[in-house]
Design a protein around this ligand. Structure first.
Ligand SMILES: [Ca+2]
Ligand SMILES: [Ca+2]
Length: 266
């Protein structure tokens, strides 16, 4: 629903711009249109209408109510959350869009494994039940591509990544292919809101650095905000959010439901 609304808003914006003879601004400069969801009067009722730190705080309280799964259980969960909509035997791999057999999970060349989009080392949260097993930022990924991404921050540029057409990397950053850019942004910003340092885990926050190392920060916020605008939530991403909410954790990624909340907070 939110995708349709954003798309129709963009069509309206394009038509309006044409009528008055203006040039349509680049997509990266177009703020995400406000959306409404079926959850606004229930799940999000204490967040709707807020902005800035009060919105972040309200969302933190809402999404912190969740179940947690073990790192071992993540394998089977990803076979459901990341299922190829065109082939129920396969998962779709992050950074490449490759469709690969669910049964090829593992650590060998040609396998897929569990990519932490918020790199584990940025806060050293490990893989016990918590941020290290939070499905909202875990995705099926080719073993070698996952290794190339490592714990790099997010930024534009570099050389082409072998095995992940459209993705680029340099010594300190990784740029996912266009279709995954918004997904990455919304996963990172979910983590920033979910983990605020009021439980056993570090306070994860975005910043604009590409040399964060082991501190609990991930860059670059300015680029992630662009990616959120450039690549709105897809049907795959929305289904994934629903599956995690209904079948595994009982919490949602607010930025998939309301991409405009990224700008409302940051
Ligand atoms: Ca996408
Ligand atoms: Ca945080």
């Amino acid at each position: 629903m939110s995708v349709a609304r954003i798309r129709s808003w963009k069509v309206w914006a394009a038509l309006s711009a044409a009528v008055v003879g203006l040039t349509l601004p680049a997509v990266t400069a177009t703020p995400a249109a406000a959306t409404t969801t079926a959850y606004d009067t229930t799940y999000y009722k204490n967040a709707v209408g807020k902005t800035g730190t009060s919105l972040k705080s309200a969302l933190h309280t809402i999404i912190s109510s969740q179940s947690k799964i073990s790192y071992d259980a993540v394998w089977n969960a990803l076979k459901v959350t990341d299922q190829d909509p065109n082939n129920t035997n396969n998962v779709v791999l992050l950074y490449s869009g490759v469709s690969r057999s669910k049964s090829l999970n593992g650590g060998a060349v040609g396998n897929w494994n569990r990519e932490h989009v918020w790199a584990q080392s940025h806060g050293n949260f490990g893989t016990s039940a918590g941020p290290g097993t939070d499905l909202h930022h875990l995705r099926a990924c080719d073993v070698q591509v996952n290794s190339i991404r490592g714990n790099k921050d997010w930024d534009l540029g570099g050389s082409a990544v072998s095995g992940a057409s459209g993705s680029y990397t340099d010594s300190n950053s990784f740029e996912p292919r266009n279709a995954d850019k918004g997904d990455v942004a919304r996963m990172i910003l979910y983590m920033a809101v979910r983990y605020e340092g009021d439980d056993a885990w570090p306070d994860l926050e975005p910043n604009d650095s590409t040399s964060n190392g082991s501190v609990p920060w991930h860059g670059r916020l300015s680029i992630l905000k662009q990616w959120n605008e450039q690549d709105p939530p897809s049907a795959f991403e929305e289904r994934r959010n629903d599956v995690i909410y209904n079948s595994y954790q009982g919490n949602r990624n607010p930025f998939i439901d309301h991409p405009e909340w990224v700008e409302a907070i940051w």
